[in-house]
Structure formats: structure tokens, C-alpha cells
Design a protein around this ligand. Structure first.
Ligand code: NDP
Length: 318
């Protein structure tokens, strides 16, 4: 049993009520943050939850419909919370949220842990971890994969960077929305791994789009092409799920913004440059994602990047 008293290290928990209800704050109720927070909210016997969102109405609606305390500021959300989860577009947004008299830093309590589920960047995360450690606050980068659909049913994969003992303390919170929770290494390693995964997603979408446009020009029905590819070595999540469900149907549902994939591949490209690993394919893919983002705008879904390929090729993949 964990007991009260000041934290002697970041792996100790100073909250005397740790063996009772676990107090959590969730900041960032976007496309994926909202269903993640809902997974926590529905475990009413285990967690008390405070929510905060930049546009306050989303947090007010969540509090009213799902059940949580609507916090007025980031500091208010963090006040009394053992675990604070952030899920914002970028690490820069998380870092900025710390600032000021109503910022997160002024509300986080000694012994609390900030679990950052943003798909962020390793460099900023390391800076945040050092800043929070001065207050006895732990930090984990914990980006997720599995999409909105996975968040809706609590089966996300969580890739975690940071102290293994701090992660152990955070497991009940992460298990509310995650099924596979993997310790990847020190702070920043979760973000690095997520960025590389996203670069692979972008490569798969773009290369499959080019291939299917060419096959359409050659007179091969894209549905037949996908059927064969999915029984062959070129298959991927893009060929098995994204293209059949979203491109061939022309449904293009908006679940994960292209702007965010552009950001992710940019993080991967920058990290690889900093590590001095030659990566011409990922650098080029980052440029292609930026181009598609500029052309289609901030609200387009990531799979809509295929529309740019179709425009360039003069072929529709349907
Ligand atoms: P959304 O764009 O849907 O939501 C972003 C959230 O962050 C909103 O709550 C928004 O508030 C808030 N926000 C934006 N800018 C700021 C800021 N400067 N300060 C404070 N709050 C801000 O993004 P998602 O929910 O899709 O993505 C969140 C993170 O999760 C991203 O890093 C993304 O890459 C990652 N991710 C997303 C997945 C998905 O399928 N959607 C899958 C896996 C990871 P407001 O409501 O006011 O706009």
C-alpha cells in the first residue's frame, strides 16, 4: 500500500488517497482525446475526473453528458490531480499550456505525473520533463495509436517514454484507454517511435495511391488490384483497411487530420536529420505531406492526400 508524505523521488506517490479513488485531469477533448477521456470517465468507481478544453463548450458538454468536473483553467484541472493527461496537436502546444498564472505548471502538485498523449516531439518533451522535475512532477511521453475507433473501445496502443517506475504508477490510467502499453525507453522515445510509425503510414498511403492510379491508367480496376495486393506481400493497413473503406467508397471520413500527419512526418524527418541518419524516403514523404496539407487545408482527413495524387495523375481511384 502506498502512503502519504512528501515525495522523496518522482517514483514515490505523495497522495494519501492513492489506494482509494484515483484523481485524473484530462486536457484536450479533440477527435481522439474525447473518447480517451470517456474511457476514464466511465470507470466511475476507480477515477474522479476533471476535464479542460481550450474551447470551453466541449468540456462543458462532456461534463454535463458524460460526467466530470469542468475545470475553468489548466491549473484548475491539475489542482488535486494525481495524474494529468494531455492530448493536444503538438508538444509546443503542451509546453505553452504550462505557462502563466492559470497554466498547468502552477496547478500540478508535487508527486503528480503529466502523461502526454500528444503525438509530440522528443526534444520538447525532454525540456518539459526537466522543467516539471524541478517541482517533483513526473513526465511520460505516451502517444497512442489505434485511431478514434480504438479510443472508442479502449484498445489503443500506448508507447511510453520515461521512468519505468513512474509508468507503473500510471498503469491504471493508461489501461482505461490502452490495451497494449509499451515502455519504449527514456523520455522522448515514445514520441520518436510514434513519429516513425506515422512516417510509415504516410509512405504506405502515398505509394499505394501512386500505384493504384497507375494501375487504373493501365486498365486494372482498383478493387481487383487491392484484392490481389491484400493477398500478396505489398499489403499494409492502408491497402487492407483505409483504401477499401475510405477511398474506393469515396467516403473519406474525417477521423485524423492530414495537418496532424504532416506534423508527425515532419517530426520524424527532423529527428532523423538530427540523428544524422540518411533517410531520403522519409524526407521526401515529409515534403509530399506538407504539399498535400497546403493544397487540401487544415480540416482534410489524412487519407484525402490521395486526392492530390489523383489530381496529379488525372485518374480517380474508385
Ligand atoms: P484535434 O485537432 O481533433 O483536437 C485537438 C485538441 O487540442 C482540441 O481539444 C483542441 O481544442 C486542442 N488544442 C489545439 N490547439 C491547442 C492549443 N494551442 N492549446 C490548447 N489546446 C489546443 O486532434 P486529435 O484529437 O485528432 O489529435 C490530438 C493528438 O493525438 C495529436 O497529437 C494527434 O497527432 C494525436 N493522434 C490522433 C489520432 C486520431 O485518430 N485523431 C490518432 C493518434 C494520435 P479546441 O477544441 O479548442 O480546438
Amino acid at each position: 500500500m502506498l502512503v502519504g508524505g512528501p515525495a522523496s523521488s518522482l517514483t514515490d506517490c505523495p497522495f494519501s488517497y492513492f489506494d482509494g479513488m484515483i484523481s485524473v485531469a484530462f486536457l484536450g477533448l479533440g477527435a481522439i482525446g474525447n473518447p480517451m477521456a470517456r474511457q476514464i470517465a466511465q470507470e466511475k468507481e476507480q477515477f474522479t475526473l476533471a476535464v479542460w478544453n481550450r474551447s470551453g463548450q466541449k468540456a462543458a458538454d462532456f461534463a454535463a453528458k458524460i460526467g466530470a468536473r469542468h475545470a475553468s483553467t489548466p491549473a484548475d484541472a491539475a489542482s488535486g490531480a494525481q495524474f494529468v493527461v494531455t492530448c493536444l496537436p503538438t508538444s509546443a502546444d503542451v509546453e505553452a499550456l504550462l505557462d502563466g498564472p492559470t497554466g498547468l505548471e502552477s496547478g500540478l502538485e508535487d508527486g503528480a505525473v503529466l502523461i502526454d498523449c500528444t503525438s509530440g516531439d522528443p526534444t520538447t518533451s525532454k525540456r518539459i520533463a526537466v522543467r516539471l522535475a524541478k517541482h517533483g512532477v513526473g513526465f511520460l511521453d505516451a502517444p497512442v495509436s489505434g485511431g478514434v475507433a480504438g479510443a472508442e473501445i479502449g484498445t489503443l496502443t500506448v508507447m511510453v517514454g520515461g521512468d519505468a517506475d513512474v509508468l507503473k504508477r500510471c498503469m491504471p490510467v493508461m489501461e482505461a484507454f490502452g490495451e497494449k502499453i509499451v515502455h519504449c525507453g527514456s523520455v522522448g522515445s515514445g514520441h520518436a517511435l510514434k513519429a516513425v510509425n506515422q512516417a510509415l503510414l504516410a509512405v504506405h498511403i502515398w505509394s499505394l495511391g501512386e500505384g493504384l492510379a497507375a494501375l487504373a491508367r493501365a486498365g486494372v480496376d482498383p478493387a481487383i488490384a487491392l484484392d490481389v495486393i491484400n493477398a500478396s506481400s505489398g499489403r499494409s493497413n492502408s491497402s487492407q483497411n483505409l483504401f477499401p473503406q475510405r477511398v474506393l467508397t469515396r467516403a473519406f471520413p474525417r477521423t485524423f487530420r492530414l495537418a496532424l500527419l504532416d506534423k508527425d512526418v515532419g517530426i520524424a524527418a527532423r529527428a532523423l536529420r538530427e540523428l544524422k541518419v540518411p533517410a531520403p524516403l522519409i524526407q521526401l514523404t515529409a515534403e509530399l505531406m506538407s504539399m498535400a496539407h497546403r493544397e487540401l487545408g487544415d480540416e482534410a482527413d489524412h487519407v484525402e492526400a490521395v486526392k492530390v495524387i489523383e489530381r496529379m495523375a488525372g485518374e480517380v481511384i474508385d
